[in-house]
Design a protein around this ligand. Structure first.
Ligand code: SF4
Length: 358
């Protein structure tokens, strides 16, 4: 195997670095400059999310929080509002908490050791590896999704990389292959770029690959069969009724609890799918009459599918309630004020109902 023979390992490193210099990605916003902070934010945003989607979010984030102490001092509401639409909101909450820890414990600069990085909320081995390698320029291994695929193909590993023994094997490969400073950064960037541009999941372009000479999957034929897919599992489905409570241009929104799905974001009030939405609205202090149903929407979370049934309700009774809604509830006027950070599926439901959602 190429990482075990020193000569072949050197050849593999040299070819990948030369390829990266000529064909790799050099113009991504987080590469200009690739500071540990910028690498960190980009790595977290890129988890489960495509590069093209991440770029505008990254640019807005950096414009608002150019340094870690800026992020630490921001309100969590602001951070979540900026994150709205990217999904997996625990990432934003962890970034905020980690920025506060870095500011308090490390003078506002990300540490460079694996242990100190992994002690921070939301930073696992892969993100820590990227920060150390691409941000600090250290000879540290990285193993994001693209790199896992490239390495699994080089070694023709047929199993799913999510299994612990397979992950351990891939980490060992990544560690053995990474060259010393200063070439380690270009090498790791090359692995990531190769996975993104050449060694793609369904149609690897082996004829254009600088590592083809050492690739066991290619030699075995059908390289796209490596690595194995995640064993399939049926995600359970949950149903919920969403309440679109309207009152003469006003819309009632509810802030979700800080943890759990969409934690801390504003959303539509909800109740179990079989409950009476009018009765539920009354418990929120709004006497309502039904005003129609909107099309149900399905949204996939990691562990379950959520079927959302939006019910439109019109508040009735005059004069309008004088008292403020309960804590966690607020009337918004979407045609006069920007809506707060909303989960993307809720934003789509409101757009379908005719609201300006930006
Ligand atoms: S030869 Fe093909 S399968 Fe092997 S690393 Fe290159 S692109 Fe991937």
């Amino acid at each position: 195997m190429p990482w075990q023979d020193p000569e072949q390992r050197r050849a593999l490193q040299a070819r990948l670095i030369a390829w990266q210099e000529q064909h790799g990605r050099h113009g991504l916003p987080w590469q200009q400059p690739a500071t540990p902070y910028r690498v960190w934010i980009s790595e977290v945003m890129l988890q489960q999310t495509r590069v093209e989607t991440v770029i505008p979010y990254f640019q807005r984030f950096m414009a608002r929080y150019p340094a870690i102490p800026d992020l630490a001092e921001a309100g969590l509401d602001d951070v979540l509002a900026l994150w709205a639409g990217l999904g997996y909101y625990a990432r934003a909450r962890n970034l905020h908490a980690a920025a506060q820890a870095v500011t308090a414990e490390h003078g506002g600069e990300l540490p460079a050791t694996l242990a100190a990085l992994q002690a921070l909320p939301g930073i696992g081995p892969s993100t820590a590896g990227a920060i150390r390698s691409l941000g600090h320029g250290l000879p540290a291994p990285i193993l994001d999704g693209n790199v896992k695929r490239v390495l699994a193909r080089l070694a023709a590993i047929p199993e799913w990389p999510g299994r612990s023994p397979v992950a351990r094997r891939l980490w060992a490969m990544a560690e053995a292959l990474v060259p010393d400073e200063p070439r380690c950064r270009a090498f790791n960037q090359g692995l990531m770029d190769l996975g993104a541009l050449v060694c793609t999941p369904r149609a690897p372009a082996c004829d254009d690959c600088p590592l083809a000479f050492a690739c066991a999957a290619r030699a075995a034929g059908a390289p796209e069969a490596y690595p194995g897919a995640r064993p399939s599992r049926q995600r359970p489905q949950r149903q919920v009724r969403l309440l679109l409570i309207e009152d003469d241009g006003r819309l009632l929104l509810e802030q979700r609890p800080p943890t759990g799905i969409w934690g801390g974001l504003w959303s539509l009030p909800e109740c179990p799918a079989d409950d009476d939405p009018v009765a539920r609205a009354r418990t929120l202090g709004a006497a309502c009459e039904p005003a129609g149903e909107l099309a149900p929407r399905q949204h996939a979370f990691t562990h379950f599918e959520l079927l959302m049934r939006p019910s439109r309700l019109r508040r009735v009774g005059t004069p309008p309630e004088a008292r403020e809604p309960a804590a966690g509830l607020r009337w918004f006027q979407p045609d006069r004020e920007a809506l707060p950070g909303l989960p993307a599926p809720i934003r789509r439901i409101l757009a379908e109902a005719g609201y300006p959602t930006g």
